[in-house]
Design a protein around this ligand. Structure first.
Ligand code: ZN
Ligand code: ZN
Length: 357
């Protein structure tokens, strides 16, 4: 099929719309893209010199929802289905995958990094791991009334914090502290609250914090007011008042900024857990021995396993987490302006690009 996409020929140079022929190979499908969200990782590839696995020219975009329009051998059953494409698609057969560690599968496919991504009319992806979307017209399964485009953000911005929260083994009444509550962290606050945690949101943007007071944050703190010590004291006092000791405190770093990482590490107490969800290529200086002294845990989180996606879709469709107030649709032809806008400032909402007919 003849498809079009916005191609990065040189990082930092305007993306250009190019056409090419795509046909799905064995086990692959071709999707008509409903929407593709713009992630901080795309900006890293485009502006910060973070290397992609596939050389340029390359189409970015890994936060995709769409409809299967063509299938290769073995994937025929997918034709006509609407799906969310997990940002990381493990192969499912290697030793890591068989051990349940698909996140580190050496053969994983990350659209817009390993292969052409979702900033186009169509994208070719493996069928294995795609998350089928239930009938959105059925108000019993979709009381939130979401459309397929809105579900694009589940591919990464919603599923990634979901896996991080799951792995932290958070329990009802535990304290979840999210540092950085933009796209990923904002959904993280909502998910942690939906799963029964008491949530603290920390950011540098008052508007983001204000909104999250209505979406799950029990305490909001602006990191630009007061130093790290004062923030730590505020979090501790709040935790004590809520009956959550440090060993029931899970800290999630989603700002992807060196300052946020140092702050998050500094919030660790005895038995706490720190989950690194955001990415920066920059290094930070921390006293790693605090982990030893506090018997604390630090863990990373890469994407989300495909098997967790149906539960995330359900959280969204049931309205237990809100999607629509946190996204903004833009025409895909505005991609260069959207990237520039995100690079030079920040957006209150996750920006989702819709391909033109
Ligand atoms: Zn991403
Ligand atoms: Zn694998």
């Amino acid at each position: 099929m003849h498809v079009a996409s916005w191609v990065v020929e040189q990082p930092g140079q305007p993306m250009v719309r190019r056409t090419r022929d795509e046909s799905p190979g064995p086990g692959e499908v071709l999707l008509a893209v409903a929407a593709c969200g713009v992630c901080h990782t795309d900006l890293g590839f485009y502006y910060e010199g973070v290397p992609t696995k596939h050389p340029f020219p390359l189409t970015l975009g890994h936060e995709i929802s769409g409809r299967v329009v063509e299938a290769g051998p073995g994937a025929e059953a997918w034709v006509g289905r609407t799906v969310v494409v997990p940002a990381v698609l493990p192969c499912g057969t290697c030793a890591a995958c068989r051990a349940g560690r698909g996140q580190v599968c050496p053969s994983q496919i990350f659209p817009g990094n390993d292969v052409h991504g979702g900033f186009g009319t169509h994208v070719r992806v493996p069928a294995r791991g795609l998350c089928p979307v239930p009938d959105l017209a059925d108000r019993r399964v979709n009381p939130a009334g979401l459309d397929l485009a809105a579900l694009a953000v589940i591919a990464d911005a919603v599923s990634t914090p979901y896996q991080a929260i799951l792995r932290s083994q958070i329990g009802v009444g535990d304290l979840a502290v999210w540092v950085g509550v933009g796209g990923v962290g904002g959904f993280g606050v909502q998910i942690a609250a939906a799963l029964g945690a008491t949530v603290v949101a920390i950011d540098v943007d008052d508007a983001r914090l204000e909104r999250l007071k209505r979406h799950g944050a029990a305490l909001t703190l602006n990191a630009t007011r007061g130093d790290a010590k004062a923030l730590r004291k505020d979090v501790r006092q709040f935790a004590e008042a809520r009956g959550a000791p440090t060993w029931r405190t899970k800290i999630f770093e989603a700002s992807g900024q060196p300052g946020g990482q140092v702050l998050a590490f500094g919030l660790l107490g005895h038995g706490s857990l720190l989950s690194i969800v955001g990415y920066t290529p920059k290094a930070v200086e921390i006293r790693l021995s605090n982990l030893m002294a506090f018997d604390a845990t630090a863990q990373g989180n890469w994407g989300c396993l495909p098997e967790f996606y149906p539960a995330v879709v359900d959280l969204a469709l049931s309205g237990r987490i809100a999607i629509e107030p946190f996204i903004e649709r833009r025409p895909m032809s505005a991609i260069n302006d959207v990237f520039a806008q995100l690079h030079h400032g920040s957006a209150q909402n996750r920006l989702v690009l819709i391909p033109e007919a």
